[in-house]
Ligand binder design. Structure first.
Ligand SMILES: NC(=O)c1ccc[n+]([C@@H]2O[C@H](COP(=O)([O-])OP(=O)(O)OC[C@H]3O[C@@H](n4cnc5c(N)ncnc54)[C@H](O)[C@@H]3O)[C@@H](O)[C@H]2O)c1
Length: 380
């Protein structure tokens, strides 16, 4: 299969997520990194691109230059990843989709539900793929959890309790750190901070594992560090389709917590527990039986989980590999799309613009709920 061409916007030198995308996209040899507009600063963008091995004419100074430069090339990029701050996602994603490019957009897809609705519509109209980087869905044991839940091994699901609570924004003296500051600036981050930054990953994982959407919610937001305009801690109570009861705690001031992403799923016949800091184990407790530890890569796991694993059981596999699994799925979808085939959702999975929109709908209602005494609101 011919390798695909990939470009990156944002993810400049020193950024949090740039390296992860560069490693993940090229990990399984589906993509070549050929173009980029990597930094808000034009000169730094070009210099860093060339340092990373891009040809000079494809190390662009801005995303607009990159769009113009790429769109008429015979060897143009097949996929562009957008890893810039949140406020820019809508404009850049829209422009690339409208010009026929497939897009992998970092979460959150957009700042508003209306923008997300437009992105879903444009992607459908232009028959382009728009993926959203809920990278944690790429972990083999999360895929195994989804298989066990959706094949009925836990029976009816009663309750999902998840956390994405880290402590890395606990220091009030960090207010001017440029990597932290934009996350609490409504102009750059939108109308929510920690829920949009982290909590939506855990909520997306609940929908990914169960295949159910969130129907209604009640939110409580707090800004624990004085002066922050947006929340650095939030608790969300929610209900999913089929009546599943959901609870989410997300925080940036849980001092001592590192990444802090865990999910627990309680069904009438069994429960599952997975933690991103021990990603290779899934704890399974069948009703009235002892807890079992399911290990990544063991032959008894489902086919999709095994296909998402590269190294034998017992070796470390983690964050970069999980993101790489999304790139692998997107590459397969692009190959199908290029052949004019409909994407086979039974075999190919990755979070799409529709999932991204569901998250933004949740954030919008959570913000309203938090401002109205945690009133329960439907997700429209
Ligand atoms: N999926 C995940 O697990 C995950 C993890 C971290 C960050 N993110 C998301 O990735 C995005 C970037 O986050 P980050 O933590 O890497 O931010 P960051 O502040 O560390 O880096 C942002 C980079 O984008 C560049 N940039 C800003 N505006 C630009 C523009 N208009 N054109 C080109 N480059 C531009 C900056 O120069 C910088 O290099 C955010 O949307 C964030 O929510 C996702």
């Amino acid at each position: 299969m011919k390798k695909l061409n990939w470009g990156l916007i944002g993810g400049g030198e020193g950024s949090q997520i740039g390296l992860t995308h560069r490693v993940a996209s090229t990990h399984d040899n589906y993509f070549n990194f050929v173009a980029g507009a990597l930094d808000i600063d034009t000169e730094k963008a070009k210099k860093y691109g060339v340092n990373l091995g891009l040809a000079e004419d494809r190390a662009y100074g801005s995303w607009q230059e990159m769009l113009e430069g790429e769109k008429n090339r015979p060897d143009k990029i097949d996929l562009v990843t957008i890893a810039t701050p949140n406020s820019t996602h809508f404009e850049i994603t829209k422009a690339f989709l409208e010009n026929g490019f497939h897009v992998m957009c970092e979460k959150p897809l957009t700042m508003t539900s209306e923008e997300a609705r437009q992105i879903v519509e444009i992607s459908q109209k232009t028959k382009t793929i728009c993926a959203v980087n809920y990278g944690y869905t790429g972990y083999p044991m999360v895929i195994q959890a989804r298989h066990m839940v959706q094949s009925g091994q836990l029976g009816k699901i009663r309750l999902i309790v998840s956390e994405f609570a880290h402590g890395h924004h606990s220091d009030a003296a960090d207010m001017d750190n440029p990597r932290i500051r934009w996350r609490y600036d409504p102009k750059l981050a939108g109308n929510s901070s920690i829920l949009t930054d982290c909590g939506i990953h855990a909520l997306n994982m609940a929908t990914f594992v169960t295949g159910q959407k969130i129907q209604k919610l009640s939110a409580d937001f707090a800004s624990c560090v004085e002066g922050r305009k947006l929340e650095d801690d939030a608790m969300i109570n929610y209900r999913m389709d089929n009546g599943i009861v959901g609870r989410l705690w997300t925080s940036a001031v849980a001092l001592g917590n590192q990444h802090g992403l865990t999910i627990k799923i309680f069904g009438e016949n069994g429960s599952l527990k997975w933690s991103q800091e021990q990603p290779n184990q899934l704890y399974y407790t069948p009703l009235n039986q002892p807890t079992q530890i399911l290990e990544r890569g063991m032959p008894s796991l489902c086919e999709q989980s095994l296909n998402a694993s590269r190294v034998t059981a017992g070796h470390t596999e983690g964050f970069l590999d999980a993101f790489a699994n999304l790139y692998m799925q997107i590459a397969k979808a692009i190959y199908q799309n290029n052949k004019g085939e409909k994407i086979d959702n039974n075999k190919i999975w990755f979070p799409t613009a529709t999932d991204g929109k569901h998250s933004i709908d949740i954030v919008e209602q959570a913000v309203k709920s938090a401002k109205n005494g945690s009133k329960w609101l439907d997700i429209i």
